[in-house]
Ligand binder design. Structure first.
Ligand code: PMM
Length: 273
């Protein structure tokens, strides 16, 4: 099966890849519609930037950014996910029509979010996470046996236990390795190379590599300057092909069209068997 494509709508002034571009309700809604037209299956609406070093918005600020956008797009029939670590924001988002909570902290930042998810019965993305963005680079150490792959697997398994204990049904859980979150470039590559180790946990996998710094590093120029965030799209599409071939459930991207095109190439190839 072709993976679900999750299109990103960051309603933030400061996200690393698209900060400030869609920070009014009108602009964010228009962007969401454009992503749907490009083939997105899910729209992921976020009001907090998690770029390395980012500081956190106030709860009220985050809520004011995402709720009107979710309300509008959900009313138009879109499957909407809210990208938040906060229970209060998740609650308001679900009230506004979100059918999925995408929590980059997997319930660690605000454990009450699990109760909101359990009570509302929506889908829940639990990403691998160790610390907030202003400190996460201090936690990018994976020295145990099996390195980053074993550590991420084990830490996600522990989150699944806590999430289920909080009353969230197993069939609602989606796991995400959290590329770039407390991870250096080599950690991201290792995870991408060994997704089967995470798939063996028995849950659908969502992966977000789109425009991330490890791609900027990969494509650095001769002087060692990372490739600009706006010029990482071809590499992002290449990763989408890798992810689809690895059998992931979902791919989180900013440019939906290029990934959907790549998935259509793969589907045509498979149909020629
Ligand atoms: N990455 C970002 C934000 N939210 N959510 C999930 N589930 N997985 C990710 O990899 C992820 C995420 C990074 O920020 P961006 O929206 O600016 O790319």
């Amino acid at each position: 099966m072709s993976p679900q494509v999750m299109g990103v709508v960051n309603v933030t002034p400061d996200s690393f890849s698209d900060g400030g571009r869609f920070d009014t309700v009108e602009a964010a809604v228009a962007h969401g519609r454009a992503l749907l037209a490009d083939g997105a299956d899910i729209l992921d609406i976020g009001g907090e930037s998690t770029r390395p070093g980012a500081t956190r918005p106030l709860v009220a600020e985050e809520m004011a950014r995402v709720v009107p956008v979710i309300e509008q797009l959900a009313a138009e029939g879109a499957l909407v996910s809210v990208d938040t670590m906060r229970a209060e924001v998740a609650q308001a988002a679900v009230g506004a029509g979100a059918g999925m909570v995408n929590d980059v902290s997997g319930g660690l930042a605000d454990p009450d979010i699990l109760r909101v998810v359990a009570d509302s019965g929506v889908d829940y993305v639990a990403m691998h996470w160790r610390a907030h963005s202003d400190r996460m680079s201090d936690f990018a150490t994976y020295d145990g046996p099996g390195g980053v792959v074993a550590a991420v697997r084990e830490e996600l398994a522990a989150r699944v236990e806590a999430i289920e204990e909080a009353g969230v049904a197993g069939e609602r859980i989606i796991l995400d390795p959290g590329l770039g979150f407390a991870k250096r470039p080599e950690h991201n590559w290792e995870l991408l190379r060994h997704l089967e180790a995470l798939e063996s946990l028995g849950f659908p996998l969502l992966v977000g590599a789109s425009r991330k710094s490890f791609l900027g590093r990969l494509l650095a120029d001769a002087e060692g300057n990372d490739r600009d965030v706006d010029e990482r799209e071809h590499a992002t599409t290449a990763v989408s092909v890798v992810l689809a071939r690895a059998g992931v459930w979902g791919i989180r991207v900013h440019d939906v069209r290029s990934t959907c095109d790549a998935l259509r190439v793969l589907a045509a190839l498979d149909a020629a068997d």
